[in-house]
Write a protein that binds this ligand. Sequence first.
Ligand code: ATP
Ligand code: MG
Ligand code: MG
Ligand code: MG
Length: 581
Amino acid sequence: MALRMSTLFLRTLREDPADAELPGHKLLVRAGYVRRVAPGVYTWLPLGMKVLGKVEAIVREEMERIGSQEVKFPALLPREPYDATGRWSEYGDLLFRLQDRKGADMLLGPTHEEMFCLTVKDLYSSYKDLPLALFQIQNKYRDEARPRAGILRGREFIMKDSYSFDVNEAGLQKAYDAHREAYIRIFDRFGFEYVIVKADSGAMGGSASEEFLAVSPHGEDTFVRDDSGYAANVEAIEVPQAPEVEVTAGPAHVEPTPDTPTIETLVAALNKDHPRADGREWTAADSLKNVIVMLVHPDGTREPLAIGLPGDREVDAKRLEVKVAPAEVEAFEEKDFASYPMLAKGYIGPGVLGESKSSHIKYLLDPSVAVGSAWVTGADEHGHHVIDLVHGRDFTADGTIQAAEIREGDASPTGHGTLKLARGIEMGHIFQLGTKYAEALGLKVLDENGKLVTVTMGSYGVGVTRAVGAIAEDNLDDIGLIWPRNIAPADIHVVATGKDEEVFVKAEEIVRSLEATGIEVLFDDRRKVSPGVKFKDAELIGVPTILVVGRGLADGKVELKDRRSGERREVPVDDIVAEVT
Ligand code: ATP
Ligand code: MG
Ligand code: MG
Ligand code: MG
């Protein structure tokens, strides 16, 4: 049945809502899709329900295509399962907690690993029951610190969450791959540009994890990519962790002579004055991946610099040019770096030598340096990786390393060119959870040999309400929304104009014949509203095709308008069904 503007529960607004920052959010409110109730809490109006239904249908179809079965869990949950996995406390302020009349602790579910796990435990006991994949499309509750951009980050929102259950790793991998493929189909159908990035597994635990990010300047996530197809959320890139450090003894001075081969000088100086705690000798190859060199400027000020030793020479030579005072730069042509004349004028500071276990980065930090910057350059197994660290920002005087920042133009960890940075909205997230939840909650089944084995799980989420927001942000212009046809609240917006009863009768007829072919119609059948207002509303609401039935009818013509291109053309009334199907 056509949605009729004369009776539709809708008031379009001329003014932007005061609390909206993003254009899509403003338009969703102005065009009457959603209405704010409290920060991050929204009501869905009839037009919004239509769009939400389209998005849900796509998600449901693709989940069912891979054999996942739909269920629905309550949002109101008991505390105990979340205690068993530790998440009652781990979630901190994000969790909405409440008590029932008897004083029992309850929560509003932020995600449902525990509940799915327990229900499968309840009903299944044998490997023969597996594999199993279940999903739900359901309200989630998270007391987000910064609810944002309307439905993009809600405190109540709809998520499609699914869970896979397998007896072994191979099964989990298969389920994960199937979900990945389903997600590719879902996000292709949503029509926005997206990337699949390596993700931090965060509070979920578990190993392999990827996110689907809609590429958008409005995104809260930052990701990097290089030319080889590698892409990662910056959260997932390993940066130097707080190191296990060996503090070496007092400063070593290198006596400057211009022709001293300085790597050897440095190694010798370190072996003499900074013996390693483990008694082994320093060598250029293994332990001197980086040193901090105090550059002494002509005015006596000292600037800490890092010089990469063999292999990193070029990179650091370039970086040095940027940092050294102009007078000094001239003296240090890149070719000169082959012999590190720097060191001859420099000073090797007392250092803290650290080695990051996660990224194979070795570095020497000077904890006494109060200002300035240093670079930590290190190599992964492939010999690539460069990270800049700036003193005060990334590490402090006690040698504690804070998160290093990854910047545009940094070398890619794959070795394929440099990293490009962009922003994205997290639309979906897939995890190989492994046995973490099954172990905590005792989900085991009997295997072929009659032995109890712990079930291995995957969990997979799509932000359904967030998807509506992201699609809106990606499909709009100055005057309104422009939905892709498969998401739009209707396929066509029929606008009857003027006062001529004849026009309205004919428009009704057209609507009926369109509907007979399965086309969904939004029909502006309002009698006392001016054409100008009707056109404005149609542009705001954003149905992709607008059909104007008006004066042209006398010549047997109606006007078809493409909302996106603005292109309009006259079409004979009798051809209209053929034109829009
Ligand atoms: P974010 O990093 O944006 O906070 P998340 O990593 O906490 O998201 P997950 O726990 O991975 O989210 O949940 C799965 C999906 O649910 C996310 O990929 C996202 O699309 C959606 N989602 C998460 N939080 C919200 C929210 N507050 N409002 C709307 N959708 C959300
Ligand atoms: Mg979150
Ligand atoms: Mg996230
Ligand atoms: Mg996530």
